[in-house]
Design a protein around this ligand. Structure first.
Ligand code: NI
Length: 189
């Protein structure tokens, strides 16, 4: 496994429309790509990564929301007001090959989104609150799954990368320009 370099805005490769993984490509190279994507995502750290973000224009996503273990007791950090969730995080690595978004809900949900390719920029984005995802696993088997909550938002954000779309492309021109200006300042610093 290896950590790969994450492309950042304004790298033009982020606007690439990624190509499907074909039937003959569910092989060791694909597994290596996915292993590297997880290692890169965990190290960043982030909760989702598309292959194009490491420069590979293939329709491959990895996601791990790393949510707290609901069954575990919170560790007491000694600060009653710190506000953090001190339950241990559970890893739940998910791989989506050739994902398609089906049946997006009319109801929208708003999350403050960020992106490893747009570092240190966060903004509220509205997306369908639920959706169904059809995808292949690493063996090429097809699955369908209903997505809700943060997972629904995350998979739509990652799926956008495969079309060359970033979360800031969902913002108004004014907000997007402000975000890009702030990013340029941060990158120059
Ligand atoms: Ni992203």
């Amino acid at each position: 496994m290896a950590i790969r370099e994450i492309l950042e805005v304004p790298d033009p490769r982020l606007k690439t429309v990624s190509q499907p993984v074909e039937a003959g490509e569910f092989d060791d190279d694909l597994r290596t790509l996915v292993d590297d994507m997880f290692e890169t995502m965990y190290a960043a750290p982030g909760i989702g990564l598309a292959a194009i973000q490491v420069g590979v224009p293939k329709r491959v996503l990895v996601i791990d929301l790393q949510e707290p273990d609901e069954s575990a007791d919170a560790e007491d950090c000694g600060d009653d007001e710190c506000g953090h969730d001190h339950r241990p995080m559970v890893r739940n690595p998910r791989t989506f090959i050739n994902p398609e978004i089906l049946d997006p809900a009319e109801e929208l949900a708003t999350y403050q989104e960020g992106c490893l390719s747009v570092p240190d920029i966060y903004a509220d984005v509205d997306r369908p609150a639920t959706c169904r995802v059809r995808y292949q696993d690493l063996d090429g088997n097809v699955h369908e799954e209903d997505m809700t909550g943060l997972m629904a938002t995350c998979i739509q954000h990652e799926r956008d990368h495969l079309e060359g779309i970033l979360f800031i492309d969902h913002l108004s021109r004014l907000k997007r320009n402000m975000a890009l200006k702030k990013l340029r300042k941060l990158q120059a610093a």
